[in-house]
Design a protein around this ligand. Sequence first.
Ligand code: WTA
Length: 676
Amino acid sequence: MADEQTGVSETEIAVHWHEEEYYSPPESFIQQANLKDPEIREKFRIENFPDYFAEYGELLQWDRKWDQVFDGSNPPFWRWFVGGRLNASVNCIDRHLASNRNKAAFYFVPENPDEMRQVITYQDLYVRVNEFAALLRDFAGVKKGDRVTIHMPMVAELPIAMLACARLGAIHSVVFGGFSGQACADRIIDSESHILITMDGYYRSGKWLNHKEKADVAVERAEQAGQHVDKVLIFERHPGRYSSDTPLTEGRDFIVNELLSQFRGARVEPESMKAEDPLFLMYTSGSTGKPKGVQHSTGGYLSYVTATSKNILDIHPEDVYWCMADIGWITGHSYIVYGPLSLGASSIIYEGVPSYPHANRPFEIAEELGVNIFHTSPTAIRGLRMAKDINPQKYNYHFKLMVTVGEPIEPDVWRWYYHVIGRDEAVIVDTWWQTETGGFLCSTVPALDKMKPGSAGPGVPGIHPVIFDDEGHEIQAGSGRGGNICIRNPWPGTLQTIWKDPERFVRTYYGKYCKNPDSKDWRDWPYMAGDGAMLASDGYFRILGRIDDVINVAGHRLGTKELESAVLRLDEVAEAAVIAAQDDLKGTVPELYVSLQPNVVPSDELSQRIVNAIVSEIGPIARPRKVWIVPDLPKTRSGKIMRRILASISNNKEIGDVTTLANPEVVDTIHQLVRS
Ligand code: WTA
């Protein structure tokens, strides 16, 4: 999409294709792999859609089996496993008790190496989820269908809270712990939550962070917007010792660890949910200022993350799996909580930053706990690679499989991951997907497909990607041209809708390439992901990055409009434009161009307040690397801000023709300012 506003054009994404270079999985991996049927893609070819997905449903335990695998009668509101009934917490916990009661479901590893880690067996998880579900139901009044907002750090209580909601049939909405109180408020308001679950504080980079203060901001701002929060339920990071300076508000704030004594031994009958009842909302950034509540189903979603955890992550019951993502993002939902637990796996929840207190901490943990599947992001890999004193050779661990997710990985970084961290013995899967898609879309099947650095691979079995140009023509494999990657067919993990905004759902994902809005045939409704991509002649997709107003910072999605509107709240600011600047560590980071109201004098103090506005509205991950205060922003004659030009200046690229601008002279001024 060559949108003049977005900063990415088709010509820019038509990068040179490096010569093909393949790596093969070792024979020892192939021998033991879950999925090694060479006919799998034949079985899952598009002519067999949707029946092949029945196999995914079979991986779950149903209270009532489905009547119909797929109902496409009301596009694009697809329904999966229609007529089926199940409960997600039963699938993730209860069904493992008979044979695996004593097995670790989670290891919680505190950031401070001197603090004891916790092992949470499936039995422990069962007890704790039931007790907390009883508390939610009997103390907080949570019922089936209610939305519950959870704003927590990376601790075991977070999946416990999620699974307790799932047991009751309540819809959880987890807000990334690093987000601000305001960002939490926005999500409480949109989801109309009456309950907020939080924690007093947690550790990061060796520092104690007060988290409860964010709950106060969130609840107050939600109240101002007319959304009343009845109860704030606070877990203590150190049970028995409330450790925040922020006082408790009488009648509203309650310490979970105190209340739980009333629920010792409580068991909650799991709600038998329809397959298409929502399991959770996850807010994500799009091209408007307002994050959208991506709604995922119970049966379709759970079957999809279970199947992909089995086939692509190759999780076996005896494996120890560590995904370093945060549970507050979709990767954590799908591939720390729901997928691995549904398979009865043992996995790690690590509290803090992976480089604390030293760069080799990840390998130390891997050695200590016997991790053999390692899941992380290009940003984390680049960080490890740049660390001075990194020394994985010193540690005794063996990874059979490693994952990269969240951003494109440079072939160089890929090779370093393979040789140095993976010791030439681990298979790598580069998994491309999104909050909306529930689970993986493109990846190699680890035992069947060769790896190619920098390419995610073909569609995973059952997913049929295609690249369209702006006119909707298919771009052929090997043409060297970039375009919009779409998926031809629906799949069980796909989002059901955007919470309270079905029109935005249809418009965003199906508006551009729907062949006929009256059609009842799923073939006319390809899903548009919003990423640019190229397809090589070997059928592998290379993802180039977002084509919309979204920046990917260290694998985290930020809407440029969200950042801009935070800044525009300052009276001194006239206009603001956020662009994605290249960064060696994080892939891209935001840079901000701002023009001021007449008679306002630029100052360091003002620049600082601009940065603070973003951090307090959104969170530290959105902190701009640089604020450029400029006399005016480059605009088209119709008044659109030309972010593409600003991005070229920041990234030291060719600016191109500016003669059609309303104010071409300002480009030179900005250029000089930035280069000086
Ligand atoms: C990007 C995260 C290249 C992409 C799971 C997508 C990737 C956005 C990859 C979704 C990958 C994710 N290679 N780019 N392997 N995985 N992306 O919703 O731009 O937080 O649209 O989901 O991340 O980010 P989200």
